[in-house]
Write a protein that binds this ligand. Structure first.
Ligand code: SAH
Length: 244
C-alpha cells in the first residue's frame, strides 16, 4: 500500500476510534490481492487504492459502531461479495467467527483465498443463496449476528437474514441513505419474520462524509416456517414494500 494510503487508513480508522497500526500491513496485503484479482475479473467496481481503503475497508468497519458485534459471536456476512464487511471485520476482531456467504462462486473463492493468504483462520467461506441456506439445519438459527452491506432493501434483508439468527441475536445492516418508506416497510417486515428494530444509527463516513445508516434488528421471536420464501421471491415481492 502506498504510504499516503496507509496514512489515510490510519487517520480514517482513528476517526472511528480504532488504532489500525498493527493491522495496516494485513490491510495492505488485502489491497494488493483485490487490485490483482480485479484486474482480471470485475470482483469490485472500485479501482483506486484510496477508494478501496475508504469505501471498502473503513466503510466495512463502521458496522462495529454501537458495540453490537462485540464479544465472541458467530457472524454471518450475508452477500459478502469480495469479502465486505467480512474480511476487515476478521482482521480487527479475531474473536469473531465469521461465515462469508455469497451466491456467486467466484466471489467466495476470492474470499477463501484472501483469508488463507492473510492467515485469517476466523473466516469460513460459504456458497449459496440465503433463501435456500436459511432453511438448512445448522444454518437456520445458527448465528448470533448477521451483517450485510449493500445487498438489498431493508424488508428483503429482514426476510433473508432473520431465519439465520438464534433468538436474542442481531442483524446489523449497513445502508447508505435510508428513506422513511424503506424503514417503515423494513420494520413491518421484521415484525413478520420475528424481529424488532432496536437502533437506526445515522452517521457519515470518515474523510468522505458520505451518509451512512446502520439498522439493527433483534430476533425476538421465531421466524415462521414459510420464511424465507423461495429463491427470487423476497426480491420480486418484498414484504410490505413496493420499490419505486
Ligand atoms: N457485501 C459486499 C457485496 C455487495 S454486492 C459489499 O458490500 O461490497 C451484493 C452481493 O450480494 C452480491 O455479491 C450478490 O451475489 C449477493 N447476494 C444478493 N442476494 C443474495 C442472496 N439472496 N443470497 C446470497 N447472496 C446474495
Amino acid at each position: 500500500m502506498k504510504p499516503e494510503n496507509e496514512k489515510l487508513l490510519l487517520e480514517a480508522g482513528a476517526e472511528l476510534g480504532f488504532d489500525l497500526t498493527a493491522q495496516a500491513e494485513t490491510f495492505g496485503r488485502l489491497l494488493d490481492l483485490l487490485v490483482t484479482a480485479s484486474a482480471r475479473t470485475n470482483l469490485t467496481s472500485l479501482r483506486d487504492e484510496w477508494a478501496i481503503v475508504l469505501k471498502h475497508f473503513i466503510d466495512s468497519l463502521t458496522c462495529l459502531r454501537g458495540g453490537w458485534l462485540d464479544g465472541e459471536q458467530r457472524v454471518l456476512d450475508l452477500g459478502t461479495g469480495a469479502g465486505f464487511p467480512a474480511l476487515p471485520l476478521a482482521i480487527v476482531r479475531l474473536e469473531l467467527h465469521i461465515t462469508a456467504m455469497d451466491a456467486t462462486h467466484k466471489k467466495v473463492e476470492f474470499v477463501e483465498r484472501a483469508a488463507r493468504e492473510l492467515g485469517l483462520t476466523n473466516v469460513e467461506p460459504l456458497v449459496g443463496r440465503a433463501e435456500t441456506l436459511g432453511r438448512q439445519p445448522g444454518q437456520r438459527e445458527g448465528y448470533s449476528r448477521v451483517v450485510t452491506r449493500a445487498v438489498a432493501a431493508l424488508p428483503i434483508l429482514a426476510e433473508l437474514s432473520l431465519p439465520f439468527l438464534a433468538l436474542g441475536g442481531f442483524l446489523v445492516a449497513q445502508k447508505g441513505v435510508l428513506d422513511a418508506g424503506e424503514l417503515e416497510a423494513g420494520t413491518r417486515a421484521a415484525a413478520e419474520v420475528g424481529g424488532d428494530v432496536r437502533a437506526v444509527d445515522t452517521f457519515t463516513l470518515p474523510v468522505l462524509g458520505d451518509a451512512r445508516t446502520l439498522v439493527v434488528i433483534e430476533k425476538t421471536g421465531p421466524t415462521p416456517q414459510r420464511y424465507p420464501r423461495r429463491e427470487g421471491v423476497p426480491n420480486k415481492q418484498p414484504l410490505f414494500w413496493r420499490a419505486t
